[in-house]
Ligand binder design. Structure first.
Ligand code: ADP
Ligand code: MG
Length: 452
C-alpha cells in the first residue's frame, strides 16, 4: 500500500496531513497524484466521497510550493472551478487545511457575497483561486483579477457543471488562461459531454478511473417505494421515525416544493432545514454547518444546492421527488455511506415518475429493489397529473443561464417500463405484481405497504 510520503509529496504537506484523518491515500489519490506531480493533464473519474479534492489538491499544492515567491497582485497561479458556492467553500476549506503552515494563499470567490471584498482579496494575488464560474466572469470583466499567470486549471464536479449550462462560461474563462497550462478534470460520472469537454480543454490527458462511473457505492442499500405524490410526506415521516437520531438528506425537485416540505417536517417536530436557490448564501452556510455539526436531523435540498457537499453523518437519502437527470440519482445517493459508513437510499416514485425511474435503472444497468407498493401500470401513468414544471427539458434549478452545447436534462421518457407494464385496467399497484427481488441488498424491512 502506498503512503503519501512514498508519493513524494512535499514534507510541508505531509506535516499538514498528519493532523487530519487522512493517513493513507485513497485509490484515486494514489493513482492521480503521481501523474499530476509530473505535470500531465488528467481526467479523474471516481464516485463521490472517494477523495477527489485531495487527489488534485495535494499535487497542485506540491507544485506551487516549489515556486517559493508570492503571486503578483491580481494574479492567480491555479484556478479551480466548481459548480456551486457550497462546493467552492468545501474545496477552499480542504485547501486551508493542506496549506496550514505554508505561505500559499488560497482565495475563494462565489456569487451572493460581496464583490468589493472579493476584489480586495484578489488584489493581493492568489496562489490558488477557487471559484464559481459566474462570479469569476464578473470579476474578470471588472479587471479585478487576471488569469494570464495561471498555469493550472481544475474543473471539479465537471458532470454537474454540464447540467448547469456551464460550457459557455467555461469558454469565456478559458480565453483568459494561457494555453500552456496543466488542466485537470474530475467527475463522478462520465456522460458523453464530458468526453467532449475533455477533448476541448485537456491535452493528451492521463485517464484515471477507480470505479465504473455512474455506479453507486456498493455499500448503499437502495430501494424504491411506489407511492402517489399526495402520500409521500406521510411516508417520509414513517421512514424518518424509524431511524431516530440518524441524519437524513431529502431531495426535492423544486425550490418551492423543498421549502414547503421542510416547513411541514418542522411542524411535525423534526429538527429540519432546507437549502435551495431561494436561500441566501448566509442561510445556506448556516444550515449546512448546523447539519454537519449534527444540530439538525433532516435536510431538504435541491440537486443544485446539495451538489457534492460532504457530510459524513448522512445515513439516509430520500429521493422524495425522482431526479429528472439520471446521473443525479448517483450523486444524490452518494451523499450517504461516505467514508466507509453504512447508508440507505430510498426513492419515492409517483405514477408520473416512472420515466425517471426507468432512466435511472437503465443507467445503473439493474433494477432498484422494490420495498413498497408496486410499479405503476400504464393506465396509472397515463392518468397521472403532470408535475408543476414540465419534466423533459426543464432547466436544472439554480441555473439562470441557458444550456450550453451539452447541458441537457433528459428528454421525456416513455413513462412505463416495458418489463412490468400491465394491461390497461390493472391500474392500481397490486402487491406481488412484481416479485420481490432477493439478494440485492433490499432494505430488510420496508414500511407497511400503503393502501389506496
Ligand atoms: P469527492 O470529491 O470524491 O466526493 P472529497 O474530496 O469531498 O470526495 O472527500 C470525501 C471525504 O473523504 C472527505 O470527508 C475527506 O476529508 C475524506 N478523505 C479524503 N481523502 C481521504 C484519505 N486519504 N483518508 C481519509 N479520508 C479522506
Ligand atoms: Mg468533490
Amino acid at each position: 500500500m502506498t503512503t503519501f510520503a512514498e508519493l513524494g509529496l512535499s514534507p510541508k504537506l505531509l506535516k499538514a496531513l498528519e493532523k487530519t484523518k487522512m493517513q493513507d491515500p485513497t485509490p484515486i489519490q494514489a493513482q492521480a497524484i503521481p501523474h499530476i506531480m509530473k505535470g500531465s493533464d488528467l481526467m479523474g473519474l471516481a464516485q463521490t466521497g472517494t477523495g477527489k479534492t485531495a487527489a488534485f489538491g495535494l499535487p497542485l499544492l506540491h507544485r506551487l510550493l516549489d515556486l517559493g515567491h508570492p503571486p503578483a497582485p491580481k494574479r492567480v497561479r491555479a484556478l479551480i472551478l466548481a459548480p456551486t458556492r457550497e462546493l467552492v467553500n468545501q474545496i477552499a476549506e480542504n485547501f486551508m487545511v493542506f496549506t496550514k503552515g505554508t505561505a500559499i494563499k488560497v482565495t475563494m470567490v462565489v456569487g451572493g457575497a460581496s464583490l468589493f471584498k472579493q476584489a480586495e482579496r484578489l488584489s493581493k494575488g492568489s496562489d490558488v483561486l477557487v471559484a464559481t464560474p459566474g462570479r469569476l466572469i464578473d470579476l474578470l470583466e471588472r479587471g479585478d483579477v487576471f488569469l494570464d499567470d495561471c498555469g493550472y486549471l481544475v474543473l471539479d464536479e465537471a458532470d454537474h457543471m454540464l447540467d448547469m449550462g456551464f460550457i459557455h462560461s467555461l469558454n469565456k474563462i478559458a480565453k483568459h488562461i494561457p494555453v500552456k497550462r496543466q488542466t485537470l478534470l474530475f467527475s463522478a460520472t462520465m456522460p458523453k459531454d464530458i468526453e467532449t469537454l475533455a477533448a476541448t480543454y485537456l491535452r493528451n490527458p492521463v485517464r484515471v478511473q477507480v470505479a465504473p462511473p455512474g455506479k453507486p457505492i456498493e455499500r448503499i442499500v437502495q430501494g424504491v417505494y411506489f407511492i402517489p405524490n399526495g402520500d409521500k410526506a406521510k411516508l417520509l415521516e414513517t421512514f424518518l421515525k424509524k431511524h431516530p437520531g440518524e441524519q437524513a438528506l431529502v431531495f426535492g425537485r423544486t425550490k418551492h416544493g423543498s421549502e414547503k416540505l421542510y416547513k411541514l417536517l418542522a411542524s411535525w417536530g423534526f429538527t429540519a432545514g432546507s437549502i435551495h436557490g431561494n436561500k441566501s448564501q448566509n442561510q445556506r452556510d448556516k444550515t449546512l454547518s448546523d447539519f454537519r455539526e449534527g444540530k439538525m436531523d433532516v435536510l431538504v435540498a435541491t440537486d443544485v444546492a446539495a451538489r457534492g457537499i460532504d457530510i459524513p453523518g448522512v445515513r439516509h437519502v430520500y429521493n422524495y421527488d425522482m431526479p429528472n437527470v439520471p446521473e443525479n440519482y448517483v450523486h444524490r445517493i452518494g451523499r450517504t455511506a461516505r467514508a466507509g459508513a453504512e447508508g440507505t437510499a430510498v426513492a419515492f416514485c409517483a405514477p408520473a415518475e416512472m420515466g425517471e425511474l426507468q432512466a435511472i435503472e437503465k443507467m445503473l444497468k439493474k433494477p432498484i429493489p422494490v420495498i413498497g407498493g408496486a410499479p405503476w401500470s400504464a393506465a396509472a401513468v397515463a392518468a397521472a397529473p403532470k408535475p408543476v414544471q414540465g419534466r423533459g427539458g426543464q432547466r436544472p434549478q439554480g441555473s439562470g443561464r441557458p444550456h450550453g452545447a451539452g447541458g441537457k436534462p433528459q428528454g421525456a421518457k416513455p413513462a412505463v417500463r416495458s418489463a412490468v407494464a400491465k394491461p390497461a385496467g390493472a391500474a392500481q399497484p397490486a402487491g406481488g405484481a412484481r416479485p420481490p427481488r432477493k439478494s440485492q441488498g433490499a432494505l430488510s424491512r420496508g414500511p407497511q405497504r400503503w393502501t389506496s
